[in-house]
Design a protein around this ligand. Structure first.
Ligand code: ATP
Length: 223
């Protein structure tokens, strides 16, 4: 079992303590799983991804990822753990504005040094998402959909075991949705990887063997 969440609560402010954003007693995601997370706006889907990535920490509970309870790691150890094990496509991309598409992908790779010949791999991935001609463009020179595809390439660059994707097709047309979903699905099928993807799009969710309605696992009431 590769991700095991138990007795988790997350609240953003003290006065939410009685009524947290997220309260999950048990959630297990196994190696090889591909899961679409769906649910109402504000129901906590991004928060759940951020908790699994160790970007935010819960007030209580355990999040065991590949045998490590990441809630017990220091912030710097969580950053390294994430770089080595998790690829994250953020809803808002989080690209570094001063760097080119290629440099954005390389930055993630150089941080943990896991991949040999990072530049060759970064170029192949950017070509794969249709950006071979735009390697040296900065985010401000790219369309929103192109920025989303850079974020996609960056997320899988380090060959992570777990891929978290927050609305990765929200800004894409049908053709690029297909490119991005094919890339994610193909990548996640190898080596028992886990793909967890948040989406509002019914057609995207229906591609997944498992769909998880967040409200069905979040026991927090009256949110
Ligand atoms: N950093 C934060 N500080 C305070 N409240 C936050 C923070 N991040 C999220 N929240 C609140 O937590 C709740 C869940 O937010 P979250 O972004 O996880 O929802 P979501 O299901 O991903 O929504 P959407 O589908 O609109 O992206 C919301 O009520 C939101 O306002």
């Amino acid at each position: 079992m590769s991700i095991l969440i138990s007795n988790l609560t997350k609240h953003y402010t003290k006065n939410q303590a009685e009524n947290p954003t997220l309260s999950i007693s048990n959630l297990a995601i196994e190696d090889g799983d591909a899961v679409a997370i769906v649910g109402k706006s504000g129901s906590g889907k991004s928060t759940l991804l951020n908790l699994i990535a160790g970007i935010v920490t819960p007030e209580s509970g355990q999040i065991v990822v590949k045998g490590t309870d990441i809630t017990r790691l220091s912030e710097s150890k969580r950053d390294l753990f994430r770089a080595e094990n998790i690829g994250y496509v953020f809803q808002t991309f989080n690209l570094i504005q001063g760097l080119s598409a290629l440099e954005n992908v390389l930055l993630a790779m150089n941080f943990c040094g896991k991949v040999k010949q990072p530049e060759a791999r970064a170029k192949i991935l950017l070509e794969r998402v249709g950006l071979g001609e735009k390697l040296h463009k900065k985010p401000s020179q790219l369309s929103v959909g192109e920025q989303q595809r850079v974020a996609q390439a960056r997320a899988i660059a380090n060959e992570p075991h777990i891929i978290l994707a927050d609305e990765p097709t929200a800004n894409l047309d049908d053709k690029n949705t297909e490119v991005v979903m094919n890339l994610l699905e193909e990548f996640s099928r190898e080596n028992g990887r886990i793909l967890i993807l948040v989406t509002h799009e019914k057609e995207v969710a229906e591609r997944f063997p498992k769909q998880l309605e967040l409200e069905s696992i979040n026991q927090s009431v009256g949110r």
